[in-house]
Ligand binder design. Structure first.
Ligand code: PMP
Length: 437
């Protein structure tokens, strides 16, 4: 394959196409913890694809279920009709919600699950007869997908810049992180809970009766693994309750066993009003997203003050038979192998292995929780991001796939990882970091 030629047609997401043409990473297959490149090299997947292949690659239970679905019912609309697997999936997902109940809206991605959550929040307030509640509150360093609404509540400048103006009536809280005060934290940082009072500051400027919802990732994932300070989420919950504001947890990364629990909400003991999930939901094998609302939201909507109680929202592929089959089979695998909590058993050794890197030259911070870890490197003067790219390349050369953002290295292996594989990931990282500076 002539790569430069192929790239004339394939405009790749989040990829500097020209650079990719010079050093392509192309994969032909995947099994268990490993990818195989088109030139036959096994690559240990230290990032679960993109935080999604939690049960490991090529799970027969899942691929067989997709195959059967494709051969039986290739497509049926979910607008005023459906198929049994979609109902079964929503029932089982709602049982996994923190209260063991909820109402599930299906979509195809994390971005769609987030947009759906924000729409549910506004519609809920309208149903209650409080249409003035339209404002959303997000947070710096947040990633909520690439839909216009997710981008608007998200907090990453470089993602937003080219596309502004975004959704109006969005405020942002600061992110509760300071490397001086909460650097090298293991699990929940002890410092920073007071940052939740940023929400009060927003409400001092904007009348609380204009605020529909607050959205946060319980652990900021793709921007560099920032666990919530102890007490922070509880405080956000309190403030939301006080002012009648809905709290949304975006659990696209943190759900499905990544933190050793069904959802981060369960691990942290804080119940949001709406949860979004995707990625691990189908083990990455088919596109699917889900938005889970607490019963009172659904009940209000169904008995609401508006003339039309229909949720005028949905996607052609909402509840797609192949995706539902993949998600049901994924949940079977999770139940059978107890992947919901498996991460807890290896979290300590994962944490120790990550923090062992703290003594390396130019490591500025190490953070971890569940099976998520981030290592910040001191940027090379005048060349931000270059060091992390060098480490990334050295790891790949040594047969380990990691992820980088800016000068942060990120690790999030499949939950089925064996301790020896975790050792290999971090020893490869150690060597790779040793090759720079
Ligand atoms: N929310 C969070 C927290 C995410 O991490 C992501 C994806 N990394 C998304 C939303 C968007 O998901 P998708 O790429 O499936 O649209």
């Amino acid at each position: 394959m002539n790569n430069a030629e192929s790239l004339r047609s394939y405009w790749m997401p989040f990829t500097a196409n020209a650079k990719f043409a010079a050093a392509p990473r192309l994969f032909s297959s995947a099994e268990g913890m490993f990818y195989t490149t088109t030139d036959g090299r096994p690559i240990l997947d230290a990032i679960a694809g993109l935080w999604c292949v939690n049960a490991g690659h090529g799970r027969r239970e899942i691929t067989d279920a997709i195959k059967t679905a494709a051969e039986t019912l290739d497509f049926v609309s979910s607008f005023q009709m459906g198929h049994p697997a979609a109902f079964e999936l929503c029932r089982r997902l709602s049982e996994k919600a923190p209260e063991g109940k909820g109402h599930v809206f299906l979509s195809n991605s994390g971005s769609e699950a987030v947009d759906t959550a924000l729409k549910i929040a506004r519609g809920y307030h309208r149903s209650r007869g409080e249409p003035s509640r339209t404002r959303f509150v997000g947070r710096a360093r947040a990633y909520h997908g690439m839909g216009w609404a997710g981008l608007s509540v998200g907090g990453i400048g470089r993602h937003r810049r080219d596309f502004e103006p975004l959704l109006p009536q969005v405020s942002h809280m600061r992110h509760p992180y300071d490397p001086q005060k909460s650097g090298f934290s293991r699990g929940l940082p002890e410092w920073g809970a007071d940052f939740a009072n940023d929400l009060e500051n927003v409400l001092a400027v904007h009348d609380p009766t204009t605020v529909a919802a607050v959205i946060v990732e319980p652990v900021a994932g793709s921007t560099g693994v920032f666990a919530p300070p102890r007490g922070y989420l509880e405080r956000l919950r309190q403030i939301c309750d006080k002012h009648g504001i809905l709290l949304i947890f975006d659990e696209v990364i943190t759900g499905f066993g990544r933190l050793g629990s069904t959802f981060a909400a369960k691990r942290f003991g804080v119940t949001p009003d709406i949860i979004t999930c995707a990625k691990g939901l189908s083990n990455g094998a088919a596109p699917i997203g889900a938005t889970i609302a607490r019963p009172f939201i659904y009940d209000t909507w169904m008995n609401g003050a508006r003339d039309a109680i229909e949720f005028s929202h949905g996607y052609t592929y909402s509840g797609h038979p192949l995706s539902c089959a993949a998600a049901l089979a994924t949940m079977d695998v999770f139940d059978k192998e107890d992947l919901w909590t498996r991460g807890l058993g290896i979290e300590q050794m994962f944490e120790d292995a990550a923090h062992d890197l703290a003594d390396r030259n130019c490591v500025r911070d190490v953070r971890n929780i569940g099976l998520l870890a981030a290592i910040d490197l001191e940027p090379e003067p005048g060349k931000p991001g270059v060091r992390a790219q060098q480490v990334n390349a050295a790891c790949f050369e040594a047969g380990v796939l990691i992820r980088t953002t800016g000068d942060t290295l990120m690790i999030s292996p499949p939950i089925v990882a064996e301790p020896a594989q975790i050792d290999r990931i971090f020893s490869t990282l150690r060597n790779a970091i040793g090759t720079i500076a």
